[in-house]
Design a binder for this molecule. Structure first.
Ligand code: ADP
Ligand code: MG
Length: 295
């Protein structure tokens, strides 16, 4: 886990130097404008779509012919028993899967209609636009709150100190942490509470101005009050970002997700509106799972 975070943060943030004018300008880009228009016209559009996605760890075939989608500016929950492939699926969405030695995949992953695996596509840029928050909050413990927040900007972006600070403040505000930390931006990240540390990691992910936020069981190590804060935050974030959340907590999926995908043994059993998946699932296996009969 540390190495995943380390790699992400150490990677140069290509494109960030051209993108220093912040969210307004970025939202005016062609993809974001098209998405916003489609959301306004139809109520929804798929920001991410996989088809025929297969993934392996060595000889172990862990994702089988998966077709799933995530609507723009909505929350999609991925649920299913431990080991069914939830983490692997979201790691295929932003090209983290290929970083594991011996791991490979086939099939298509579209982001705003463009294949993220197309030849010539920069995986670092894919991971900037499709950010990830991991299960355990992993700020650099001795690095300050502000430096943690802007850690992803450091190497590539060459922003001025004042611009970095502005980007950091913006990210901390969006992560709902600013008011709690504004007077101790120089304190070590490791001194924050667990829930604050996780929001700090969310701020770090937001600072590089992604469009999609992938969250892998982001509240599973937190107490109920901190979990609630994260859920409230997700509700806010979905007005500007596409959110995909892995959760083993079905109540959480019901609370936060517009759409739910149920996985079993590396296959998609069913995807649909959350109310339908939990209320009138089509597949008997979904019904068994959501009623707590296994997993
Ligand atoms: N780095 C890895 N190397 C080998 N096998 C792995 C690795 N990570 C996960 N797996 C295996 O892939 C399958 C899916 O795992 P994962 O996507 O982590 O499931 P989930 O997140 O639903 O618990 C499991 O059988 C798991 O043991
Ligand atoms: Mg997992």
């Amino acid at each position: 886990m540390t190495s995943q975070i380390g790699r992400d943060d150490a990677a140069p943030v290509t494109g960030a130097a051209d993108d220093r004018n912040g969210a307004e300008e970025r939202l005016a880009g062609p993809d974001a404008a098209a998405v916003a228009a489609a959301v306004a016209a139809n109520g929804s559009v798929n920001a991410m779509q996989t088809s025929g996605l297969n993934a392996w760890f060595g000889a172990l075939h862990v994702l089988k012919d998966m077709s799933v989608s995530a609507k723009a500016r909505a929350v999609t929950a991925i649920i299913g028993p431990s080991g069914c492939g939830k983490s692997t699926l979201i790691r295929c969405l932003n090209r983290l899967h290929e970083e594991v030695r011996g791991a490979r995949l086939t099939g298509t992953v579209l982001f705003n209609g463009t294949d993220v695996y197309a030849p010539g596509t920069d995986p670092v840029e894919v991971r900037r636009r499709i950010g990830m928050v991991f299960q355990r909050p992993t700020p650099f413990p001795t690095m300050s709150v502000m430096d943690n927040t802007v850690a992803g900007l450091r190497l590539g972006a060459k922003l001025k100190r004042s611009e970095m600070h502005a980007r950091g403040e913006e990210a901390l505000r969006r992560a709902g942490l600013w008011d709690e930390v504004k007077d101790r931006l120089n304190h070590a990240g490791g001194r924050l509470s667990g829930g604050q540390q996780q929001r700090l990691c969310i701020a770090r992910a937001l600072a590089v101005q992604p469009e999609v936020l992938l969250m892998d069981e982001p509240a599973s190590s937190l107490d109920p009050a901190s979990t609630l804060r994260i859920e409230e935050l997700i509700e806010k974030l979905k007005t500007e970002y596409t959110v995909v959340i892995v959760t083993h907590n079905m109540q959480q999926a019901m609370r936060v997700a517009d759409e739910t995908v149920f996985l079993l043994n590396g296959e998609v059993v069913e995807q649909g509106p959350t109310k339908k998946i939990f209320g009138q699932p089509t597949d008997k296996r979904t019904e068994d799972y959501v009623s707590g009969r296994f997993g």
